[in-house]
Design a protein around this ligand. Sequence first.
Ligand SMILES: [Zn+2]
Length: 240
Amino acid sequence: MKATVESQRLLLDLNSIDQSVSKLDYQKKNHPQLMKITELTARVPSIEASIVENDSQITETKKEVSKAEIDVENISKRVQKDKERMSSSQTSAKDLTQIQHEIGTLESKQKELEEVQIEYLEKVEDLEHKKRGLQDILNQVKSEISVLNTSIKADFEKVNKEIATFATERQSVVGKVENELFKLYEKIRSEHGIGAGLFSHGTCKSCQIQISPLEINNINSTDLEEIVRCENCRCILVRN
Ligand SMILES: [Zn+2]
């Protein structure tokens, strides 16, 4: 393929613009805060799951508290009844001893259940304390994500503006390059990453590899309007 020397030189401008845009895209994709956001966002579901798990433990423990409460109440009612029976004039002496013994058993059982109830209440308190801690962590993580998002948004807007400026610049350069040459440049760029490089002192400035002496001779004897390509990276070599 042939193209004017002027068109070929414009490819270097185009390449420089494309490299700058690639760098900016890379910066966006590898923004350190973006990685931090990803890392923090990944933590959210596990914290939320812990809160749900903790909540169900609170519900279960509260049920145990209610159960113990009912048991205590029932025993207390039975004690009350026994006491009423004791004060009744119809109760025999033998029954009195039996009732007294029952009251003693019931009261020690009641004490036991009250202790169980206190244990469950303490457990609820601990779980609620844990819940507040988890909630604090979740809020902190979410707020960090939000702060990072705001700051990253500002950075991205700045980079996007630069990319837009390059796009306008590129458009004007593309307008001056011969169409067929531009098409070839784009094809090589999509296949190899870089479409054109300067050929200087026997080296391709795109891949930085020294061209073989035989190939240098070939290049030097080729018409300046003829398109030559790097034997290593396949980009269009633009001669000085
Ligand atoms: Zn090369």
